[in-house]
Write a protein that binds this ligand. Structure first.
Ligand code: GLC
Length: 453
């Protein structure tokens, strides 16, 4: 079930090499990314621009249509500037991508010039990234959400520029709620009841594959994201607070995880324990789930011409952990950074400037549903026409809750891995929430060196 006991960094597998380490841990990589890890030479999936000359290699994610949207942006820059570019495909699971980056950067490899980095990584990777201050002027930088820019500043260095932001959303089948005269649930508890009711009725009506709720339950970064949403919606804190205090072992957190564990095999398939974003979308988009947690990127795909759920779905803030709880989304999103080992840092920086610009962020929002990090675009007519919920759920995007990456610094990935493993065990019935949280607290205390991080 892809369960790993410790974060996968080069230091975890000093002699074995990363690819073997990942395989050893039961994680599968696609062939393109495996080549990258074994040979330490990323194999470009695509080359754009002239056939010769210095080349800028950029890593692009490939969740949904992400790779194609990245490619068209990069192509725009290559055409405008005449530069040669290689697009590198990297693993979709965020923590696997991090492990790959860490291996390349630890080896001071210049094979990737421009890195797409997760919102929780600036503190982990900052030493390998150049300072991008001056790449965009101050006025342009101020157009971006301040909190995200601040997050990209480490030790007074701007180590990345915001590219798109993310917040967890609650997708629901409008048609099924209507058919069964049910309201959109407000709390996780109501959701459990409604999901169970509709799942049963739909199965009786002949759809034996119908499930109530799907979410990202694999033992990976996405599970940390989902479980943080459950915890915070129960007012159970954010694992580690802003001052670095470990808060995760508390009764409300146990209630949240106990409820989530009760979903498995009731309203949620057992298989969810190995689902990331795309597996969830697959189930929901084929019409086999009433509710789903996912990111905004799923919206345009689920409303595409050939989607079986086109026009049947709605999107809302994630649910509250009971009447006194709150709607919580975890803050996600990606930035662009330039490697310190790039042979062409100025040209690479120009690509980052182009891709993070207002024009390009607008294009990506319209064609791919990627949330801009530039506030003004949330009032742009074309952006709102393609994604009406960008306006309706604006508060959700700007108030999303951060994972404890600032407080835990370079140890964030280790903290996250310990957390997702404890949650995954609880969902799998391997120990109850209370016991697993108590032992997680002890482990995190060790990781934090007694709270000093
Ligand atoms: C999305 C988010 C990212 C998060 C990841 C987890 O890509 O943008 O921040 O870490 O999902 O699966």
């Amino acid at each position: 079930m892809g369960k790993i006991a410790a974060p996968l960094t080069l230091s975890t597998f000093p002699l074995l090499g990363l690819a073997f380490g990942l395989l050893f841990a039961g994680i599968s990589l696609n062939v393109a990314s495996l080549n990258v890890a074994v040979a330490q030479t990323p194999s470009p999936v695509k080359e754009l621009g002239p056939a010769s000359g210095p080349v800028i290699a950029v890593s692009c994610g490939s969740v949904g249509i992400e790779f194609q949207v990245c490619e068209s942006g990069v192509n725009g820059w290559a055409n405008a500037t005449g530069h040669r570019v290689q697009l590198i495909s990297t693993p979709n699971d965020s923590n696997e991508r991090l492990a790959l980056y860490q291996q390349l950067l630890a080896a001071k490899s210049g094979d990737i010039d421009v890195f797409q980095i997760d919102v929780v990584w600036p503190g982990i990777l900052s030493n390998h990234l150049i300072d991008l201050r001056g790449v965009v002027d101050q006025k342009t930088l101020e157009q971006h959400f301040k909190a995200i820019v601040t997050n990209d500043v480490v030790n007074n260095r701007l180590v990345a520029i915001p590219w798109f932001t993310d917040a967890g959303l609650f997708y629901y089948r409008k048609d099924l709620l209507e058919k069964y005269g049910r309201k959109l649930p407000e709390t996780w508890q109501e959701m459990t009841e409604t999901a169970r009711f509709i799942q049963k009725a739909e199965r009786e009506a002949g759809n034996s594959r119908m499930w109530g709720y799907v979410f990202q339950g694999r033992a990976y970064e996405g599970l940390t994201v989902n479980a943080l949403e459950w915890l915070d919606s129960f007012n159970a804190g954010t694992i580690v607070d802003l001052d670095g205090k470990i808060t995760v072992n508390n009764p409300r957190a146990a209630d949240a995880l106990t409820l989530a564990a009760s979903w498995i095999n009731d309203i949620t398939p057992q298989g969810v324990l190995n689902y990331s974003e795309e597996e969830c979308r697959g189930v929901f988009q084929s019409g086999n789930a009433v509710f789903m947690r996912n990111w905004p990127y799923a919206w345009p795909l689920m409303n595409a011409q050939d989607s079986p759920v086109k026009d049947k779905i709605g999107v809302a803030p994630l649910l509250k952990g009971g009447p006194d709880g709150k709607h919580t989304s975890t803050l996600g999103g990606w930035q662009l950074a330039v490697s310190k080992y790039s042979k062409n840092p100025e040209v690479a920086s120009d690509l980052v400037r182009y891709l993070t610009s207002m024009e390009e962020q607008k294009r990506r929002a319209v064609v791919g549903g990627f949330n801009p990090t530039i506030d003004a675009l949330y009032k742009d007519e074309d952006v709102l026409k393609a994604n009406p919920f960008f306006g309706e759920l604006y508060e959700t995007f700007v108030n999303a809750v951060a994972r404890p990456a600032r407080a835990t610094g370079v140890r964030y990935n280790q903290v996250s891995a310990e957390f997702w493993n404890a949650v995954h065990a609880t969902l799998s019935g391997d120990g109850d929430a209370k016991t697993n949280l108590a032992s997680l607290e002890k482990t995190l205390d060790r990781v934090s060196r007694g709270g000093r991080w």
